[in-house]
Design a protein around this ligand. Sequence first.
Ligand code: FAD
Length: 569
Amino acid sequence: DSASRYDFVIVGGGTSGLVVANRLSEMKGFTVAVIEAGDSVLKNANVSAVTGYGQAFGTEIDWAYQTEDQTYAGGSKQIIRAGKAIGGTSTINGMSYTRAQKVQIDSWEQVGNEGWNWDNLSSYYKKSEKFQVPTSEQVARGADYYIAYHGEHGPLKVGWPQAMTNSSVLPQLDETFQQLGLPYNRDCNGGSMVGLTVHPNTVDSEANLRHDAARAYYWPYQHRPNLKIISNTSANKIIWESDSRNEAVAVGVEVTGVNGVETIYASKEVILSAGSLRSPMLLELSGIGNPGILGQFDIPVQVNISTVGENLQDQTNNGFSYEGNEFWLGSPTFSALPSADDIFGENAPTIASDVNSSLAEYAKRVSEYSNGAVEEANVLAAFQLQHDLIFKSQVPYAEIVLLPIGNSFSNEYWPLLPFSRGSVHINSTDGSQPPSINPNYFMFGQDLKAHADVARYIRKVFSTPPLRTIVGEEFAPGRKHVPENASDSIWEGWVKSKYRSNFHPVGTASMLPRDKGGVVDAELRVYGTKNVRVVDASVLPFQITGHLTSTLYAVAERASDLIKKRYIF
Ligand code: FAD
């Protein structure tokens, strides 16, 4: 029946999917459906509150995926949070708006993705953004920017929370970091991220609400007659044209929703935007993936792409907390982003060459872990590129989020570019079952050592005046557990016992040339298919040093233009 026929069917009404839905439905005469497992959270206070970070965790709008036992990280499982709602993970995230370092995005083009470079993506960062100029009060508390980096007419509101932290803090942090050689960065969103910065957030500053993908890209457009969200409905798999010969042709998506199991038909394209832990699983359930894995579940192979679900890259997060000697009000948005040179000083070249000499071994192990699905030479090339970004281009090595709140001063930090690579694969043929997720946290000693090195740097930061004078005792890890001058192994033991996922999984349907292990091409089309694309965090070939949403919005904006140009002349 016509009620379940559309030109475009998008699976996942999250951060990326709603951008694509919005932009495709700008084409009058084309119909767009979005299949979303979750529901509206427009009236959910755990979502809208600017100070509500964490409140939605563990509730019905959190998928709360569980990983496999983390063998290299002490053995236990980890939770990876992800939003199940119209708006996806942007409805539960930390709202930080930081992009990436220019060279990282340029590296996407260097490895063969034509047109994917910083200059092109820059215009899409701006297209998505509605930058809100800070008030004089916010400026006094550290909000700072170069207007040339920002877009002022896009759907996504970017700015600072109404109540920012006391104005005394930034000068104290700045003076502290200056002593350690880390410069102040007025605006980290111009492609150069290193430094101490007061980054903006995805907030509606005037209404003082979270601005998630739904508030930005869907609710103001919900009345478009050609745009339909089918919520509380889960996609199970893609349905193929039966006589697909050279290319697999999708005709729709099988879903389970309020009417039970049915098919939503797509006359033009199916776009998977279910997130990096889910889109690869939908590909596998639809017969696209590693024949060895599909065979275990008797799924007929539509397209043999052995790397579907491989290349999973996440970061690991840990933190310190100190007693405060002052009292701090408001929402902090301070981040320190030191480079490898900032952290290692004159030892940086030695560390760079140590890491370099391990890369071949790392690549071999990643390939072995994947049973050869990932080619050693391809991983090695990716690792060499990553090594050069860290040690030659000096992209940020770690992010340290500084959190003076009430009478405590804590921080969260994560080394930005770990080498560990994992995977996400189906566990069953039942689309409602979660996938098997293995990020292989701390697969390589270098990733664990990076934590210890960054932790030592943080302790040095908090021991440097004037920061030293405004904090008291170190509660976590505490000098009892990790004494001054503790060895690597003591630091690493603490890291393993306390770390968590940084919730930034990417790469599981990488945009790369097919012979380099790619799952999608530079138009984000799945190899071997005529009309299936992936547009979400899965396609990022490499981890980035920014938080993900700003880049995902930009990628989805560019993807939308790539799709539209095939239909409007
Ligand atoms: P999602 O936004 O997750 O969208 C996927 C959608 O698909 C979801 O709505 C899901 O319900 C739906 N779906 C999944 N499977 C199916 C199915 N089978 N059928 C139908 N629908 C389905 N990034 C930042 O930029 N700044 C931050 O401060 C920040 N903090 C974070 C804090 C947390 C706790 C988390 C979890 C993430 C954070 N991130 C942050 C990361 C960022 O939010 C995510 O990377 C990003 O939102 C992912 O976007 P996506 O489009 O790939 O997927």
